[in-house]
Ligand binder design. Structure first.
Ligand SMILES: *Cc1c(COP(=O)(O)O)cnc(C)c1O
Length: 232
């Protein structure tokens, strides 16, 4: 039986080769794509195993409390404080203070109020990066803003706070959608991203999860978010 650590490392390698192949199919540079490892459901032991291998640069959490307990209070995670931490869940305003302190990126912005609350709590000298979340379907349960409103919010927020850097867009595709549907949803967003963030040196378009990251990369994602496939 393979040790858990080897199995995790193999998952990571498999994902990297799929990412690279997807990038090459459309003539993109694979090095410009960052794997955001979604650790929200992973055990501490699994996350630590990959951190110790030195393969994770960016991690995604969806609950402030759980993330705080890990990255702020658990001494086992202390050696990995340089790993970039992204918040990818729905941020309640009453958690903004902790979120502004803990995270490097908030990838799920959908209101000016949230950004205002974050800006009040960003520690001195820190720049908090944020992505505006775009809603790709009309489902009530989906978070984010329809693309036109998301673009307006991004435009309005850019330069509005000296400690907040608006870097791009994030979106979650509907589950189980087929490839043509996914492409049709991703394309207008990728186009908007290229237009709106053409001059931003660290622009990010975060599309794709375990099920659809290859299509997302073919359509321009720079920051696919992968959880279940990495920690399976
Ligand atoms: C959980 C989550 C992911 C990871 O999903 P997997 O299908 O497990 O890869 C990505 N993005 C968001 C916003 C999530 O909440």
């Amino acid at each position: 039986m393979m040790h858990r650590e080897e199995a995790l490392l193999q998952n990571y390698r498999d994902i990297c080769s799929s990412l690279k192949a997807a990038a090459e199919r459309v003539g993109r540079e694979a090095q410009k794509i960052t794997l955001l490892a979604v650790v929200k459901y992973a055990s501490d032991e699994d996350v630590l195993a990959l951190l110790k291998q030195g393969v994770l640069t960016d991690v995604g959490e969806s609950r402030v409390q759980q993330a705080w307990a890990r990255w702020q209070e658990d001494p086992r995670f202390a050696p990995f404080s340089k790993v970039r931490k992204h918040f990818i869940g729905h941020l309640q305003t009453n958690k903004a203070a902790k979120a502004a302190q803990l995270f490097d990126f908030i990838d799920s912005i959908d209101s000016p109020e949230t950004v205002r609350a974050l800006a009040k709590h960003v520690p001195a000298g820190k720049i908090l990066r944020v992505l505006v979340q775009v809603k790709l379907t009309h489902k009530q349960t989906q978070s984010g803003l329809p693309l036109p409103q998301a673009r307006q919010l991004a435009a309005r927020l850019r330069g509005a706070f000296e400690n907040i850097d608006v870097c791009g867009y994030m979106a979650v595709a509907p589950q189980g959608a087929d490839a043509p549907t996914l492409r049709a949803l991703f394309k207008p967003l990728a186009h908007a991203f290229e237009t709106d963030f053409a001059t931003h040196p660290q622009a990010q378009l975060s599309l794709g999860m375990s099920e659809d990251f290859e299509i997302a990369v073919e359509e321009g994602s720079t920051l696919p978010r992968i959880g279940s496939l990495l920690f399976k």
